[in-house]
Write a protein that binds this ligand. Structure first.
Ligand code: NDP
Length: 252
């Protein structure tokens, strides 16, 4: 399925170095959009951009650093002009028992998954408002998680960041919606990406609890989630698919 109406759009996708962000960049580029690829690993972004062609722009950026995000916005503006579709897929998931007191992980998750999204909105939100004011379709997409609602031992802080993101999207709608900017919050379930590779607790990681979930459930592919981004962004501009939950069929 192609979403041909996206061929007039200019997108920025965070987390484009892997997983859902990369798949979303591929999806939007295949639909003809211009796509700025943001993440920290410049080599990954360059390889993806080379594959996608001149409609893709690799921009190394760290969403935990406002200067870095602002510099990315300048690069995107210089190359593509203002954007009208912003997809926030950058995120980290670092589960551990709360008793471990991992302030390093808590801080990193909050700074990436919540404040990181806010930094991106701070930089690119005015583009969305201006696009909508000029009569164009404008979308802000947040990639939250079913973990915003479903709780697991070890995932209290990750879940809290995702609950915050879901709530943030709801609040933003009250400010952006009346000005014609759609806010779409997507909550995926288990998806086959690099997300679990940063877990440093063997009991919880890919060789432990997370791996067992993959075996029992069978994950979504990142392209399954990316397809929803393309679908939501390609609806007529008065239609806002505001909250999408997508799980593997076997995930309870
Ligand atoms: P990946 O680890 O494959 O992708 C995460 C992306 O975020 C990478 O491209 C990474 O690139 C980027 N990133 C991480 N930190 C930063 C940073 N500080 N600045 C800029 N980019 C950053 O995992 P997913 O694709 O699964 O994750 C995407 C989103 O989906 C996350 O928000 C995650 O919480 C959410 N999600 C994932 C689910 C799953 O089961 N996989 C389920 C539900 C939600 P780099 O390291 O190069 O910066």
């Amino acid at each position: 399925m192609r979403y041909d109406t996206l061929n007039t759009r200019t997108a920025v996708v965070t987390g484009a170095a892997s997983g859902i962000g990369e798949a979303t960049a591929r999806r939007l580029a295949a639909d003809g959009a211009r796509v700025a690829l943001l993440a920290r690993r410049a080599d990954r972004l360059a390889a993806l951009a080379a594959e996608l062609g001149p409609n893709a722009l690799p921009v190394a950026a760290d969403v935990t650093d406002q200067d870095s995000v602002d510099a990315a916005r300048e690069r995107v503006a210089a190359a593509f002009g203002p954007v009208d579709l912003v997809v926030n897929a950058a995120g980290v998931m670092l589960p551990n028992p709360v008793d471990d007191g991992r302030i390093d992980e808590w801080t990193r998750m909050l700074d990436t998954n919540v404040t990181g999204v806010l930094r991106v909105i701070r930089a690119f939100g005015p583009d969305l408002v201006a696009a909508a004011a000029a009569g164009a379709t404008a979308d802000l997409v947040t990639v939250s998680s079913i973990g915003a609602h479903v709780v697991f031992p070890g995932y209290a802080v990750y879940g809290a960041t995702k609950a915050a993101l879901t709530q943030l999207a709801a609040g933003l709608r009250t400010e952006y919606g009346p000005r014609g900017v759609r806010v779409t919050n997507i909550e995926p379930g288990l998806t086959d990406t690099e997300l679990g590779s940063h877990i440093d607790n063997p009991a919880l990681g890919p060789d432990g609890q997370l791996g067992a979930m993959f075996d029992a459930i069978g994950p979504l592919a990142p392209a399954d989630v990316a397809d929803l981004v393309g679908y939501a962004a390609s609806r007529p501009r008065h239609v806002n698919l505001r909250h999408l939950v997508v799980l593997p069929t076997r995930q309870a």
